[in-house]
Design a protein around this ligand. Structure first.
Ligand code: GDP
Ligand code: MG
Length: 174
């Protein structure tokens, strides 16, 4: 097997939704309940096997703090896929997805994207119904909607697998 082809994938979403937690658990670094605010951009690597061969996702994670928002277009440039994350316990993080989608579409166009509702372990605090998120994902061209928990690790790989399959498939021309 040759070296895996590497693709840039970006994590989009407000500060505090769990982007850094998702990426670090996915990359094998574990969940840190005291996860600090990401400053600037951090990178994580996830290797996956797809129907079109081995794929390396290089996951870019931007600090969600308001003062880094101006970096979004720079951050997005060259992305081959995007994971949009919101927090199922905070409605505004769901509403702000539309802003992230606008800047993504205008910077890198209609790239493969998945929608992720994080903090599924906090079901009793849920304010965004699963059906809303599913409908939004369908309406706005996401490949699929997933609910995950960075804390328990539940469901974390599936959205990245879906994305890797789509990106590798595009690459092949399928
Ligand atoms: P980011 O700003 O989007 O990168 O979010 P962080 O990864 O820094 O997470 C923000 C806060 O939410 C931290 O206190 C995390 O420990 C917490 N957190 C992240 N994911 C989960 C989760 O799945 N469940 C719960 N209960 N807390 C989470
Ligand atoms: Mg972060």
């Amino acid at each position: 097997m040759g070296p895996a082809r590497a693709f840039k994938v970006v994590l989009c979403g407000d500060g505090g939704v769990g982007k850094t937690s998702i990426a670090s658990v996915l990359a094998g670094a574990g969940f840190n309940p005291l996860q600090r605010l990401t400053v600037g951009v951090a990178h994580y690597v996830k290797d996956l096997q797809t129907g079109d061969g081995a794929v390396r996702l290089v996951i870019w994670d931007l600090g969600g703090e308001e003062r880094f928002r101006f970096l979004a277009p720079v951050f997005l440039r060259g992305a081959r896929g995007a994971v949009f994350v919101f927090d199922i316990t905070r409605e505004e993080t769901f509403e702000h997805l539309e802003d992230w989608l606008d800047v993504t579409l205008s910077t890198v166009g209609d790239i493969p994207r998945v929608l992720v509702g994080n903090k599924a372990d906090l079901e009793e605090l849920r304010v965004v119904p699963r059906s809303y998120a599913e409908l939004y994902a369908k309406r706005r061209g996401f490949l699929a909607y997933y609910e995950v928990s960075a804390r328990t690790g539940a469901g974390l790989e599936e959205p990245f697998r879906k994305l890797a399959e789509a990106i590798a498939g595009c690459e092949r021309g399928g």
